[in-house]
Design a binder for this molecule. Sequence first.
Ligand SMILES: [Zn+2]
Length: 251
Amino acid sequence: MILTGDNNVMRLYLLSFGTMQPGDIPVAGYLVQTDNGTNVLVDTGWPRSYVENPQHPPGLTLEIAPEDTVVARLASIGLTPSDIDILVCSHLDDDHSGNHDLFPGAELVVQREHYELAKGGHPRFATNREIWDLPDLNYRLIEGDTALTAGVELLETGGHVPGHQSVLVRLPKTGPVLLAVDAVMDQSMADADTREMWVTDWSESPDDEARIRASTQKIAEVAARERAALVVYGHDARQWAELRRAPEYYE
Ligand SMILES: [Zn+2]
């Protein structure tokens, strides 16, 4: 990392980590680069072992090619895991945290509520635990909305899971881009009042649906307040097909 320059966001890459079928449902990560050389990665996709040995969720087939791993996607833009300074963990589901073990040199930033829930042994996050819960991983626990670095803000959007977070990136030419991740998985779920609850949305208490609707509303409000040029939904096949994906980028 070169500690000179103005530390403004320069580029946003959208990384394809494979699809779920039917429907070409994308699994995604994101890389933000600043002009002082800081690399911020958001999420790491499914475990790379799934390329050879996919663990299909009920009713879905995973399609993960060798070029869909986080290592291959980073390589396509000239980076290796050791180049990543900050790894933002939206949450610890296995399609978002499957390769965290490759980033012992980064600071892993996660909402405290989410980390403590997973660390406490909730079974949803246990399947993948040997990958995200390692002594050499350097977690920084945050609470609520947090300015990460110039031009990158983390937004607490708990609902899909407790302590989920989304990312606001202010790009010099494109303008603000909001990475909703799984707070809003698809454009069809962007209306807080009418959105359906998805099968993977948290549902352990009667309050959970209200929290999902509140985080959906927060995404809409931030997008409006910031006049976001783009809201990237977490698993939206139709939108993903139209977006610029790595090695192309937004600037
Ligand atoms: Zn997801």
